[in-house]
Design a protein around this ligand. Sequence first.
Ligand SMILES: Nc1ncnc2c1ncn2[C@@H]1O[C@H](COP(=O)(O)OP(=O)(O)OP(=O)(O)O)[C@@H](O)[C@H]1O
Length: 463
Amino acid sequence: MMKYKKEASYYHFLTPSAKIIVLGVMTLVISVGLQLLKSSLSNIFSSFGSSNTSSISSYSTTGIILFIVGIILIAIGIRMHMHLRNSTRIKYIVKKGLFYYAYGNPLHLKEGEKLPALHCINTEVGKYELILSTGVASVEDLQKLSTNISACLNNRYKRYAVTQTRSDLAFNTVSFLIEDVTIDRNLRIKSSIQLKSGDPTRLPIQQGMFIDLTTSGSILVAGKTRSGKTTGIISILLSALSWGRDQYGSEIIIIDPKQAELSRLPYTYTLDHNGEAQGILHAISNFESTIKKRQQILNDLSMESGDAVKWFEIGMHASFLFIDEYVSCRSLFPRKNKDTANYNIDLFDNAIKRIVTMGASAGCFVILSIAEASVESGGLPSMLRSAMSTKILFRPTLPEARLLWDSELLNNLNTGRTFQPGDAWFSSTDGVNDTPCCVHFPIMEFPIYKELGKLIEHYYKIM
Ligand SMILES: Nc1ncnc2c1ncn2[C@@H]1O[C@H](COP(=O)(O)OP(=O)(O)OP(=O)(O)O)[C@@H](O)[C@H]1O
């Protein structure tokens, strides 16, 4: 069925195998009907004493042939149905859910309008990509279908739901990522070495999910207290530390303005003895100067080769500047005036902005943690909020999420469930996770602060 028809029967939305089974059953019914007709007619003829039974026996032959055809059709249909791919089943279930009049008409299609083309492919175990093409329906209309699609996946697919929606660059199609949301994809880490993925540019979050540093930039981490922010960030740092320091002066710098657990680690910066943050500003400016050096190396190599050389192509490892409690840290700096020319909020803000916007090309990234996604004036500058290309919100709520992402990107997310520490909504500009999805950060079953201290010590000792 290519066009929307209000009167279209349920049969139109069946899979080809189910249609063959229905056809077989109907053929059987007709054959039985003919058989009954034959018996009734022979009774009538015999009661009239007639011996002309040739027309009656033709009913019988046709009935037998139809019976055999019916059985064959049912057998073929069942066999086809048993071998039907899950992607095909999902495609037909969704087709019925979206275009069968009795199930509502979520796209508000008019009689005779062309139905959007629909394809479904199996991308990996328990994951499917359903692609709907635009046409009568716009990208915006299609993006709103994620809840309808999740709702029509029931029975055999009741564990499946749409977890991400994305449109192609040309706005010709909208893809829905459908996955088994009950599969435990959590990473249970017994030793930090397990966080060393096969590639230094990929920071593992869950099975099959990474932060890809080749396509994304700095990382904004938000979430209320005890939501799992620090633990999540430590998993990122442990992964980066596990690759060791590169020969281009990579850094892993931690800034803890709260003077809490992190500040006790080696190579961590906290408040000066007088309560000022001069040491912190100095560390940030040192980090910035490493970006310039690394960029210069890359520029020279690019000049030599005549093509742009990327940081990860020459064996650079990612550098990180992690500022815990960014808003508190920012509040430490005085306003700029004639007495604070070398130590003021503008110097801090501008350095962070430069690192966020220019660092990624030299493999240098900022991780900012904030307790309130809602911070406005005096908090997270809006420029940073949009420039930070990886966003993570721990133990998310919809009002907080709306401050980090456009509301329409949040349609797929299950807002009704209770989130535990380590649960987060995550997005990154890597072409795969551009719309936020639900993740759980690695569960680390070892003393993480001790391990972090040990790896930092090792990282700087080696060079
Ligand atoms: N990925 C995780 N999986 C399971 N439990 C976690 C995870 N991350 C954190 N937790 C639990 O949540 C607790 C709080 O985590 P964490 O200290 O990282 O939160 P936080 O948001 O940084 O809090 P604060 O703002 O108070 O520093 C941890 O002690 C741990 O028990």
